[in-house]
Design a protein. Sequence first.
Lengths: 324, 438
Amino acid sequence: MSFDGYKNVIKEGDTVILYLTITQVYCIKAEPKTVNKKGNFIENVFQTPYGALKCADLIGKHYGSKITLSKGWGYVLQPTPELWTITLPHRTQIIYTPDISMIILQLELCPGSIVIESGTGSGSLSHALIRAVKPHGHLYTFDFHEIRAETARDEFEDHGLTSYVTVNNKDVCESGFGDDLNNKADAVFLDLPHPWLVIPHTIKSIKDTGGRLCSFSPCIEQVQKSCLMLLKLGFQEIQTVEVLQTQYAVQQRSLPLLNLEFLKNEKDGSECEKKERETFKTITSIPPASLPGHTGYLTFATLPPIWARNLQISLNQNDINNVE
Amino acid sequence: MENKKPDTTINVGDYLVVQRQGYTKLHKLKNHGNLILGSFTVEMDNIIGEKYFDTFQMKNMPGSRRFYILEKVDEVNTATGSLNIEQSGADNRNIPNNAESQGLTKEDIDKLKGEELSSNNIVEQLINNSKTFSMKTEYSQEKYIKKKEKKYFEYIQIRRPSIRLLSQMFYRQDPTKTMGIRIDDLSQILTYANIHPEGNHLLYDSGTSGLMPAAIMNAIGSNTTGSLIHMHPGNECQKNAFVAMQFPQEQSDRCVNVNLYSVLRCFYQSKETFSFKNDSLEKPSDIATKTSETEGSESENRVMETSAVSEDTAEPSAKKPRIEENSQKRQWQLDNEKACRILKNKVDCLIITAKEHPVNIVKELLQFLSGGRSFVVFSLLKEPLQDLYFYLKSRVDIIYIRLSTNFMRNYQVLPDRTHPEVNMNTGGYILTGFKLAY
């Protein structure tokens, strides 16, 4: 129940982020008991490289406080959508914060917006979408995988977000998002293998006053098909972009300085004297040796309001004619 | 109640984004106002009462070569759609590289423009007078038409400003307008800051044309309880983007604009003037909503009265005269006191977008951040953030310090011609971290 708003003290049942080092960040549950593989209740103990942590001990501690472990220490943080994204249990490929940030800004979301997401996947983006639209907005999220939808629903409940989200188990390719959502959405996000099949359904769901659409696709062929469909249906401002983030390691480096001046003079014995080696110190930022070079292409578009749609369709028709 | 875009009609007084092909410009709509759009001066009166997203054609004003009026259109004749191209070449082997391929002179084109601004007609004339057009390949012809059409395009569309449109517009016009904050930088500053609609947020911004406070207030939302303290270094804060967003009164009231120096002086040297309120009685966020509930000048008077009364109780001897001409000066003092009350109870996120070296600013402002919360610092330069990194490392209450930058590029997506756009740019650097609770 620790995702809604800012919290100060860990309560029983909270999801807690355990920070050990910059590469060792985990999510754990502040619960005395957990279920093991055999289905029995056992004491909830989280094993870290610095010793075991009894999760029950976290209850009552302040978020942002230091936790002593048998061979070291760690810190507990309140989960944010960004921390959740890096610690969540993967059920699918997930979307990471650089893309998520771009999606939220480009979809023009703000508290009160109604947003549709398909598919739900592991819920990485969903948590950030909910933060952007609550308290009076709503997320309708769809996944055709029954267990996945079920798990996501449980997770949102566990995180105290149920009132901001509706999880549907449905294949939106065939019949769209349902009549309940007709003329309701401010924005639609698609992360599907065949987005161009779903784009026509979004027209019904997006408000008559218009809205924004985003499609996330790893392959350029998907992007091409989607863009053509968006043109045909009268979307405007169709734009494809990719964002890649580089995280630096900030370090102080020392470089030895070579003295070559003495070579200009004849040997006089002084060069054999032990001199302190000169070094040059500098602060630098080093990118990782290997980093993601591609996540997915983000295609954004605006569906104009109904009174401007026909004009946009005729405008786009010219581009389509040129293409064909 | 759920959507913050209530009115679709274009009204006098509205801030609007005028879109002409890829070009956008912010404009405040006045009666009998003109808009200068490149080499065109356009009279805007005819859009009043029409709807957002409507498209208008620029028509030559009779008897004038420079002035244009707008006419609402329901269909658009573009050169790309209506021109019939009969012949194209297979490649460019026979096309000479010289300036003699166009038969029309600049004067000829200006004359055409002056008679009737019609991209369709002008592009057709350009093609007819081009010696090489028919030798160009189909793709090259299309590119040529698009390029020329852009130059003489006579249609504009009226849009309501959004953070996306404003961010892209400022950056295209001049990246220094937003301190080099590109749209991806902005998006990540907002997510890493973890802005919730119910929190109190602190921003130090030394000049992004109001984009940072506008984007944060947009994320805090209307009819919520969150607030923003916007610290700035000057007498007046930059607020282009903020006013362009036209937030409802209750929402913009929850953004308190204060001068960095004077609010800190108030915090350290005038504790008694702002700390009169019992914390258990009223939280700062409640104050923010309460004042905004009552409208306009009435609420201002009420706030002034309460603070004046409490000042009296705190310092009976230092009774200041309350006269009309003082009210201008009083407002910033009230804002300082309001900000200090929030700062005293600490804030939920700290964002710094500074032209100055960030270390001293972060050193000073981190004290106001609650434990367990995150902060974000943006700089166009990497080196100051490296210094900041080492400063923060030397403190024992900061964890998860990350320094990152982005690679962003746009794509041209066309069948058989998809590739990254030819031009790209570089963004800035973002440092994020969490403060521990001690």
